[in-house]
Design a protein around this ligand. Sequence first.
Ligand SMILES: Cc1ncc(COP(=O)(O)O)c(C=O)c1O
Length: 355
Amino acid sequence: MYKKLFIPGPTHVREEILQAQAVPMIGHRSKEYADLQAEVTLKLQEMLYTEQRVYLCTSSSTGMMEASVRQASTKKVLNTVCGAFSKRWHQITAANGVPCDKVEVPMGQAVTPELVDEGLSKGDYDAITVVMNETSTGLMNPVADIAAMVHDKYPDVLILVDAVSCMAGARIEFDAWGLDVCLAGVQKCFALPAGLTVCAVSDRARGRSQQVPNHGYYFSYAQMDKKYEKHQTPATPAISLIQALNVQMDDVLAEGLENRWQRHKDMAAFVQDWARRYFALYSDERYLSHTVTNVENTRGISVAGLNEELGKRGAMISNGYGDLKEKCFRIAHMGDLTLDDLKWLTGEIEDILGL
Ligand SMILES: Cc1ncc(COP(=O)(O)O)c(C=O)c1O
């Protein structure tokens, strides 16, 4: 039986979107491909409120996380850490030999402008990394406020944002907020199969990249720029996924961006209320995610057992991440899921647990 995915990626993919991949192949140097990339790029720029470049990268998000830190700094990177994925960006930065430090808050807490200010004041940094939506804790960092502080006090510091589990589900004003990199794989709020990453990059970040030696080849902005104006990618892209993304972006824009952000907020509010009623919320109430809720397992239920029962009824949720396994469970409310889907899911959980 198909299990509808209420996990924070990959998410449920609609049949029409699956079918949008099943169209005849085209060459990636053909006019048809260039037209496709030009079209989809404009739609992504509209969604990100940006006029800057948006690259399509054939890899999962981790590839662009690595690429962005390799090209961002001639000094030192400050990684902000508030959970598993923000921690991983610190590990990626170090693993690439890029000088870096981290500032860290306990899991469930947010990275605040004050914390970033304190961190940046202590060293010669020229880039920061921030995970906008920490998928491991279900928390959204105040990226716009952090960016405003950085622009005000540290104008040379690039702002790199992992929006993997919230891009296309929450408002990200790339230009107005003054972000330099903002990336996300398409298997989460875009509700597409995995394998492609969307990455907006500012002119400032592209300029910095040129000053950095040995920043690689496959993900190099300079390589991408050689083809960008021709609406192509330097290497063969995941053409079928880009075809599906183009169809999905029509639906995203037809829904209306404001409506889309509101739908995600409504689903989040519903799941948060449900979690408060029967369990508890793990993360700081002031920064709860619009796309995934981390529910504290205050009743000591078997999360694995619950998921097994849900599987028989056609749904799947996520266990707590890492050390939070069985201590928490996560319900994603992102992509093409609806409030009715969440009402159905929570009803099934209540029935299984006898709540
Ligand atoms: C916030 C965040 N960053 C990065 C990643 C890594 O993405 P991928 O495994 O698709 O490269 C994930 C995956 O869940 C994530 O949630």
